[in-house]
Design a protein around this ligand. Structure first.
Ligand SMILES: Cc1cc2nc3c(=O)[nH]c(=O)nc-3n(C[C@H](O)[C@H](O)[C@H](O)COP(=O)(O)OP(=O)(O)OC[C@H]3O[C@@H](n4cnc5c(N)ncnc54)[C@H](O)[C@@H]3O)c2cc1C
Ligand code: SF4
Ligand code: SF4
Length: 398
């Protein structure tokens, strides 16, 4: 909700154009808000030249019975769904079944409706689409207004986002505008009961990864969370699955958008597969033998058709770029095969690689914690073990 300070209002009417639901009207020369219509989107606030509009941010004790549906934000780019949409739909299916509610995806952009079928194949029963030129390139304000409007209309009980660059910006913006709770960077989501009401249990590492915190938002709806890419598994897509596509129009005023996109620069493709996408990741830590050791790790990764990752100290020492770092403050990965050399296996590292199918650890210390999670462990000096592995792999592949 907002409050308009009548003593400050100069009657310029600029705010009227920004309201997506026409909740603002002029009366006796000052702007008035219709509280029955206002959806608390805050789009009018920056439009006021004299700061006459202020948000009233108070978390409402939403009646949980009025809210239903598990929503997933389906991020898209270049005419393709980003992997987080299908991944979150996989987990969303489980949550929706347990709550007895429907699973929906939300798709925003320009000319994106064609991606709905893919989201239905991955488990969405409904796809809400807002197709508008103003949403072609991401801006916090336009995307937030679109989502706040949809939430106010349909009242979902749960809304999850990928913890991507975009999701980490958008989810807090929506939560902030609506006065909701938000748990960032969850590694687990499930359903529990608080006072006989089914709620979303959001699990994430806390205190530097030393404890796993279970968080609930019993008083506000929707319950909102972001989840790191590759933590959840998508369902097998079924093109025969039925679903409904709901086209929505949301009024988004260009005046409410504070950012102007001057140029879009594509990230330069180094030709390397990213650690998040690779089926095989060969990671080195402080015990991998420095520059020489990493040369060998690259050779092993190449022989296996994979890519090289590293622990955090390797980035801090400037040996590799942050995009290769695996773990809590780096990338979360789920390759088919994870080979990890000279890494102790601190909890902050392990939390990022738990989704790996097979883990082979090489460490000279038989008590290194990395062995606790490894499927196969080799106790020995990495500088001797890696050349032997390279030789064996080359023998098999030549
Ligand atoms: C908030 C926070 C976030 C963090 N995020 C991350 C993260 O995202 N990713 C991450 O990796 N870390 C992260 N860390 C750091 C983490 O706690 C550890 O310090 C780090 O993972 C240790 O890196 P390491 O295993 O390479 O080095 P070390 O702990 O120094 O371990 C080196 C290992 O190599 C072995 N070794 C030594 N010589 C050899 C040899 N010749 N052959 C074989 N083995 C050998 C040793 O036995 C040892 O086990 C984070 C820490 C904090 C506080
Ligand atoms: S712009 Fe948003 S916050 Fe402002 S009156 Fe309209 S609905 Fe309410
Ligand atoms: S933009 Fe501000 S000053 Fe102008 S009418 Fe709206 S509240 Fe009044």
């Amino acid at each position: 909700m907002i409050e308009i300070h009548e003593d400050k209002c100069i009657g310029c009417e600029k705010c009227l154009k920004t309201c997506p639901v026409d909740a603002l009207k002029m009366k006796e020369g000052v702007a008035k808000v219709d509280e029955g219509l206002c959806i608390s989107c805050s789009a009018c606030i920056p439009a006021c030249p004299v700061d006459a509009i202020e948000p009233i941010l108070k978390a409402s004790k939403a009646a949980s019975a009025d809210y239903s549906g598990v929503w997933v934000f389906a991020e898209q780019h270049d005419d393709r769904c980003r992997p987080t949409g299908p991944e979150l739909l996989g987990k969303g299916r489980e949550l929706a079944d347990e709550l007895g509610e429907e699973l929906c995806a939300v798709l925003l952009g320009s000319d994106v409706g064609k991606l709905s079928d893919e989201l239905i194949a991955y488990g969405a029963e409904k796809v809400y689409v807002v197709d508008d030129k103003i949403l072609e390139n991401y801006t916090t304000e336009a995307y937030t207004t679109a989502l706040v409007t949809l939430i106010s209309k349909y009242k979902p009980s749960v809304f999850i986002f990928g913890a991507t660059h975009l999701g980490r910006d958008l989810a807090p913006s929506v939560a902030g505008r609506m006065g909701l709770g938000l748990t960032a960077d969850c590694t687990g989501l499930s359903i529990t009961e608080v006072e006989d009401v089914k709620v979303l249990l959001q699990t994430r590492p806390a205190f530097g990864g030393n404890v796993m915190a279970d968080i609930v938002c019993p008083n506000t709806r929707p319950q909102m969370a972001t989840v790191r890419p590759h933590v959840m598994q998508p369902l097998e897509p079924d093109p025969e699955r039925d679903g409904e596509v709901i086209q929505e129009h949301v009024k988004i005023s260009p005046e409410s958008i504070k950012t102007e996109i001057l140029e879009i620069m594509e990230h330069e493709d180094s030709g390397e597969i990213s650690v998040e996408e690779a089926d095989v990741v060969v990671t080195g830590g402080r015990g991998a033998g420095g520059e020489e050791g990493f040369k060998m790790l690259r050779e092993l990764a190449k022989a296996l058709g994979g890519t090289v990752g590293c622990s955090r100290p390797i980035v801090e020492e400037g040996m590799m770029s942050k995009s290769h770092q695996v773990g809590q403050s780096g990338k979360t990965i789920s390759p088919e095969l994870y080979i990890v050399c000279g890494v102790s296996g601190a909890v902050q590292h392990r939390v990022g690689v738990r989704g790996s199918k097979y883990i082979i650890a090489i460490n000279k210390d038989p008590k290194a914690p990395i062995f606790d999670m490894a499927d196969f462990g080799i106790v020995g000096d990495a500088s001797k073990m890696i050349p032997m592995l390279i030789e064996k792999v080359k023998e098999k592949t030549c």
